[in-house]
Design a protein around this ligand. Structure first.
Ligand code: NAD
Length: 496
């Protein structure tokens, strides 16, 4: 059994405290992860402080070269990385490959950092004055990431932060920590100077040390809403720049004119892929009209019962185990609550044979119909393989329902009516919208972020917003008066 150590200044550092890392498909302990504290964080900060000035002064084109190498190394070791993700998270290997590829997109985007840092320039902004702005790195920045995307979410942050000239300290989820350590090794192999990227494993103790460290200038967080909120508050109190992405409850509206076969096929993947443990998973299907609902529920139920479920490390499966026993039990508890509240339990995930036969944390797909807004299965983020169907009379009712929900991460509408799609995109209070696209996760050259309780802060993750988040702008005005041209004192505020 190996230890998953911290990574500081190019060295693996063991922890005094450790935690078991469990394979959710078997309930076996597969590794032990170190748990850091304020002394560990201080050590990473010292390494970053030493390394930062030279990295800040390294040409952006050279920093981009490190990203090129990093991309190639991630691709070279893709199978190994996906195996680590599947073993510790439970998701199926093909899905792990999907998250890795979406993560690599962000490394590719970071390769264009010389272009992204060009800044703005005005010739003759005033008489004989040129003004330009440039983006300068912040110094030491940190990221705290969730269990559900052990590769992709760190890659939302690390490549752009580093390519912009910062030093980065990553605190990955203690439940799926190995991919972060692998990334550290690959960044070193890619030529990143030691100290520019550190990994501190751990729990709340390590996070609080990062939040309170004056040298950490900015913090990117992705995780659940209560933690996002508290991190945003404490980080802001400590004068840091913070972006804190939280939980979600993503609705898909199905209009009567939609291609229902297509909607059902894509909804099944969007609801149950990764056992529903995705912040962009569709967990509510809002059907406009009873005819639409009756037809859709029939199609969804057939497919939900047929899903191939098993250990994520086996090929050809649709869905793996949930992250841990208490989370599996929590989701099972929601199934009971939904039933008790009067929702129509069409497919019960607790009936899947693996629930009793396997020591792993399995649940089958659950489908509820006739869910209403006051039920806990509708209000809360369940974060499991559960899809709730809500029936409404009109398109306006569907929009009002979604706009009243506390979360606003992603949403989509299934329709063949372009006008309806456009109206939906205009009026829905959600940060990422799909029109016949159930998982509208923006590509790396756009930015990712929800509204309402799904994001605290101003700037979204990755893409163009990442340049703004990981740099501070400086506006420089310059004049070179001719030698003979002397200026007189001016007491009025200068204007053109
Ligand atoms: P979590 O909030 O429990 O943990 C996230 C990170 O915060 C982990 O690194 C964890 O160690 C740390 N942490 C946990 N409790 C803490 C505390 N009290 N104080 C300080 N740090 C703490 O989230 P999770 O269970 O790992 O991930 C699932 C959640 O993440 C879901 O709510 C999901 O919607 C959300 N998520 C959101 C997005 C998004 O982009 N909005 C993306 C992925 C996941």
């Amino acid at each position: 059994m190996t230890d998953v150590n911290h990574w500081i200044a190019g060295e693996r550092i063991a922890g005094d405290r450790t935690l078991d890392v469990v394979n959710p498909a078997t309930a076996d302990v597969v590794r032990h992860v170190a748990l850091g504290d304020s002394a560990t964080v201080e050590r990473a900060i010292d390494a970053a402080r030493t390394a930062f000035p030279a990295w800040r002064d390294t040409l952006p084109a050279k920093r981009a070269q490190v990203m090129y190498h990093f991309k190639m190394l991630l691709e070279r070791d893709a199978d190994e990385i996906c195996l680590l993700v599947s073993q510790e998270h439970g998701k199926v290997l093909e899905d792990a490959m999907g998250e890795l590829k979406r993560g690599i997109e962000n490394v590719e985007y970071a390769c264009s950092v010389p272009e992204l840092l060009k800044g703005e320039y005005s010739h003759n902004a005033g008489p004989g004055i040129d003004t330009w702005s440039n983006h300068q790195p912040l110094g030491i920045v940190a990221g705290i990431t969730p269990f559900n995307f052990p590769v992709m979410v760190p890659l939302w942050m690390v490549p752009m932060a580093i390519a912009c000239g910062n030093a980065f300290i990553l605190k990955p989820s203690e439940q799926a920590p190995s991919a972060a350590l692998k990334m550290a090794e690959l960044l070193e192999e890619a030529g990143l100077p030691s100290g520019i990227f550190s990994v501190i494993h751990g729990d709340r103790t390590a996070v609080e040390a990062l939040l309170d460290a004056p040298d950490v200038k900015a913090l990117s967080f992705v995780g659940s809403t209560p933690v996002a909120k508290s991190i945003y508050r404490r980080g802001a109190e400590n004068g840091k720049r913070v972006q804190a992405l939280g939980g979600a409850k993503n609705h898909a509206v199905v209009l009567p004119d939609a291609d229902l076969d297509n909607a059902a096929n894509t909804l099944i993947g969007a609801a149950y892929g990764s056992a529903g443990e995705r912040c962009m998973a569709i967990s509510v299907a809002v059907c406009v009209g009873d005819d639409t609902a009756d037809a859709l529920v029939g199609k969804l139920a057939d497919q939900a019962r047929m899903l191939k479920i098993g250990p994520g490390t086996e090929r050809g499966l649709d869905m793996g185990a949930l992250i841990n026993a208490s989370h599996r039990d929590k989701v099972a508890g929601y199934i009971e609550e939904g039933k008790a509240a009067g929702a129509d339990l069409v497919v019960d995930g607790r009936q899947h044979p693996l629930v009793d036969e396997s020591p792993g944390y399995f649940l089958g797909a659950t489908l509820f119909d006739r869910v209403t807004p006051e039920m806990s299965i509708y209000r809360d983020e369940v974060f499991g393989p559960m899809l709730c169907v809500v029936r409404v009379a009109t398109f306006e009712d569907a929009i009002a329902l979604i706009n009243a929900h506390q979360y606003g991460n992603g949403t989509c509408v299934f329709t063949r009516d372009g006008e309806a799609g456009r109206r939906f995109a205009d009026s829905i209070e959600v940060g990422m919208v799909g029109i016949n696209v159930p998982l509208p996760v923006p590509v790396a050259f756009h930015s990712f972020g929800g509204w309402k309780e799904s994001l605290f802060g101003d700037l979204h993750a990755y893409g163009p917003d990442a340049v703004r988040f990981y740099t501070r702008r400086k506006a420089i005005s310059q004049r070179w008066p001719r030698t003979q041209q002397r200026e007189s004192a001016q007491f009025n505020f200068p204007s053109n």
